[in-house]
Design a protein around this ligand. Structure first.
Ligand code: ASP
Length: 324
């Protein structure tokens, strides 16, 4: 029996073309990926579906939820045994992580994209798509969470991030590295994720802001946020989890208004901890009820807070969820 793999297109550079006259890269009437003959293993049967045709800066959590439900529906109703999602690279890691938290099926789910559009020299899209189908069809890819495959590397949705604006080796997992590689013969894994983090997501209604700390930051932005209708804040703090003393009053105001504040580090390696006792140090922030995250980057912590807030607003429960 052939293995049924579904390719779901959502847009991005991988589905775009470059205008020869102007050099502008944009989506056209027809997705060029749908015309490429994909030669994979004869045991694999491919079904393709165009869910969206959007540049990834146009993707919202509503699209992510629709995609998540679409995947679970087809895994159950259509017996799909592996999914490949083509996506713009700018927000690919956010969609990948949203799916990682929300999708219930255990079959492999792989996201891929491209840095060069379909008609550019050295276009990486068709190759990344082929490599992703190989991974999605591999038995070893099961139970590893949502994966991201580009440039012959397999990364976890949790750790991967876009690190370069234009280089095809842009997707990296800082500190941890890829968990597998792809070659002409198939996918080879050398690590497995140790934990799973799953939620039953039925809606995404919460408004969560993401801010970055900097030397000399004051409290004004936090006071303004408190007066807006927001449900939570993610702060990319300094180093191991500290902020300038002038920003503490603003964080306190958010906490007094019972607005959850999740802290990650603006460093792209390491985790935040309550180490420093000086004004603005992590210990003081912990006393204010700031939630410490476990190494997620800011954009992924925002996705997680949005998802978690659908089921709880309790700071201690949120803190436990952010230890995972
Ligand atoms: N700006 C594009 C997008 O995310 C970049 C890409 O796809 O590589 O849609």
């Amino acid at each position: 029996m052939k293995k049924k793999i579904m390719i779901i297109h959502t847009g991005g550079t991988i589905s775009m073309s470059e205008d020869e006259q102007t050099g502008a890269v944009s989506p056209g009437e027809r997705n060029p990926l749908t015309t490429i003959p994909l030669v994979v293993d004869s045991h694999v049967e491919i079904e393709s579906y165009e869910l969206f045709n959007l540049p990834s800066p146009h993707i919202t959590t509503k699209h992510m939820l629709e995609l998540s439900m679409f995947i679970d529906h087809h895994a159950v109703e259509n017996a799909v045994e592996g999914f490949v999602i083509t996506h713009g690279t700018d927000t690919l890691e956010e969609t990948a992580f949203f799916l990682d938290l929300s999708v219930q099926t255990r079959v492999p789910i792989v996201l891929t994209g491209a840095m060069r559009s379909s008609n550019e020299i050295g276009s990486d899209g068709p190759y990344n798509l082929l490599a992703s189908v190989k991974v999605a069809a591999s038995e070893e890819a099961r139970n590893k969470g949502v994966l991201v495959v580009l440039n012959d590397e397999v990364h976890t949705a949790k750790n991967v991030t876009k690190t370069h604006t234009s280089n095809i080796a842009t997707f990296q997992s800082p500190q941890y590295g890829p968990i597998g590689i792809v070659t002409k013969r198939g996918a080879f894994f050398h690590h497995s994720p140790v934990a799973e983090d799953k939620y039953h997501v039925r809606a995404v209604t919460k408004n969560v802001m993401l801010l970055k700390a900097y030397a000399g930051m004051d409290s004004s932005i936090f006071h303004s946020l408190k007066d807006m209708k927001i449900d939570g804040v993610v702060l990319e703090a300094l180093g191991q989890g500290n902020i300038p003393p002038t920003a503490v009053a603003g964080i306190k105001a958010l906490r007094d208004a019972d607005i959850p504040v999740v802290m990650v580090s603006r460093c792209f390696n390491g985790i935040v901890q309550d180490i420093y006792g000086y004004d603005g140090g992590g210990r003081k922030l912990k006393e204010l009820g700031v939630i410490f995250s476990n190494g997620l980057n800011g954009q992924k912590a925002r996705i997680k807070l949005m998802v978690a807030l659908e089921s709880t607003k309790d700071t201690s429960e949120l803190q436990l969820l952010f230890l995972k």
